[in-house]
Design a protein around this ligand. Structure first.
Ligand SMILES: [Zn+2]
Length: 123
């Protein structure tokens, strides 16, 4: 691995100069990436759990909204159909909201678990 001394980007050994700023690349150790270096790990970890907490809070908020909205739609249509019609149970919204809420809750309780953050970021 080689690293650009200007912008810090890493390149493979067959690259000789940074394509962005044209600095000559300097060789670095084969396996240690910047996120695994001991000096920056605590900082990264802290930053990561903040991001996870924010994402799980958002999950819980959105999930709560869907759940409440689904229950509201169900209640409104149920009331409207009380004279003897059909009513609509918003199972989809309620279940989706509940799942989203629980996922946020679970991610919050293990906020330092990187796999949770990755899976919730994809959706
Ligand atoms: Zn560079």
């Amino acid at each position: 691995m080689k690293k650009c001394p200007c912008c810090g980007k890493q390149y493979s050994d067959d690259t000789s100069a940074c394509p962005y700023d044209h600095y000559s690349l300097v060789p670095i150790g084969p396996t240690v990436s910047s996120s695994e270096a001991p000096g920056v790990a605590p900082n990264n970890f802290h930053h990561l759990s903040d991001a996870v907490r924010a994402a799980s809070n958002r999950n819980m908020f959105i999930g709560g909204l869907w759940c409440v909205g689904g229950i509201a739609v169900t209640a409104i249509t149920y009331t409207a159909a009380s004279g003897g019609g059909t009513y609509f149970v918003a199972w989809g919204a309620i279940v989706f909201g509940a799942i989203q809420f629980i996922r946020g809750l679970a991610a919050r309780s293990q906020g330092d678990d990187r796999r949770n953050w990755d899976s919730s970021a994809r959706e």
